[in-house]
Design a protein around this ligand. Structure first.
Ligand SMILES: O=C(O)CCC(=O)C(=O)O
Ligand SMILES: [Fe+2]
Length: 288
């Protein structure tokens, strides 16, 4: 028996690597194609491999050349897909997670008593929320954020220290790299429009901000009560909405100050009831 069929060749990974090497060495496409033909590659297969390999290679190069370098980020220990994780003596539930953006929703991070105590301690210290002024590195009142807020000093009380130690254990990130816990209060109609939590490298005030602790690389938003309607934490790039449930928390990380992290997020308007959150921002380095 004889077989007369002509085998159709397929480009191999080795061929793709060889094409990239030829391009790097400065050989033009015609010369590379001639070499491929001489090596026995069918013309159409060679042309297709050349086109695909070079365009994919150029796209990769272009993308990585434009991006700021990636950083190490906080990350919970979720190997083995545990339903519960232990964080400084508290059992926390892993409710939901996503890879890009990196988002993890935790259940029962704070007890009801801890939530109530944080609200009670923050209430008398509230002022209209300010956002960082990107021009000066100072802060300013901003229409995008119609909540009221305050910052606790890091470790300022036993309660704050306990919560901070729990967050550090949960996210494997040093207490010293965290900003003070911020509490925000939203009344009906109040919202926090979609934004990134990292500091915009293009803004003139950013270099001043980064001197203390470097970039933000992660955020933990802890829900201190449950609004009746509205108030979800939204991630518009991926149409994700995290329900604000008392004691739960949403964590997200961003390894570079860039929209590729898909960490655009906001606090949707509170429609009924009120909303209290405590936010912990995590820096690359010590925030002293
Ligand atoms: O209130 C929320 O759900 C989001 C809060 C937030 O984005 C922040 O504090 O940076
Ligand atoms: Fe935020």
């Amino acid at each position: 028996m004889t077989t007369t069929s002509m085998n159709r060749q397929t480009a191999t990974p080795e061929l793709r690597l060889w094409i990239i090497e030829q391009a790097r060495a400065g050989h033009g496409p015609e010369a590379v194609l001639t070499s491929m033909r001489e090596a026995g590659w069918q013309e159409d297969v060679a042309v297709a491999a050349l086109e695909e390999t070079l365009s994919a290679h150029l796209a990769e190069q272009g993308l990585s050349a434009d991006l700021p370098p990636g950083s190490v980020v906080p990350e919970p220990s979720l190997d083995g897909a545990p339903v519960h994780v232990e964080a400084a003596g508290r059992r926390v539930t892993v409710l939901t997670q996503m890879r890009l953006p990196r988002v993890v929703v935790f259940g029962g991070l704070l007890s009801d008593e801890e939530c109530d105590a944080l609200v009670a301690l923050a209430s008398p210290r509230l002022a209209r929320s300010e956002t960082v002024d990107n021009d000066t590195g100072g802060s300013e009142v901003n229409e995008a954020r119609t909540s009221q807020g305050m910052f606790f000093g890091r470790g300022e009380s036993e309660l704050i220290s306990r919560v901070e130690a729990r967050i550090a254990a949960l996210l494997n990130w040093p207490v010293e790299n965290g900003e003070g816990v911020q509490v925000l209060h939203y009344r009906p109609g109040a919202e926090y429009k979609p934004h990134y939590d990292y500091f915009d490298p293009a803004q003139p005030g950013t270099s001043t901000i980064l001197k203390r602790g470097g970039q933000r690389v992660g955020t933990l938003v802890m829900y201190l009560n449950t609004p009746t309607r509205g108030g979800a934490t939204t991630f518009p790039d991926v149409a994700l909405e995290v329900a604000p449930i008392k004691g739960n928390a949403v964590f997200f990380s961003y390894d570079r100050a860039h929209p590729v992290t898909r960490t655009l997020h906001g606090g949707a308007p509170v429609l009924e009831g009120e909303k209290w959150v405590a936010t912990k921002w995590l820096r690359q380095g010590r925030f002293d």
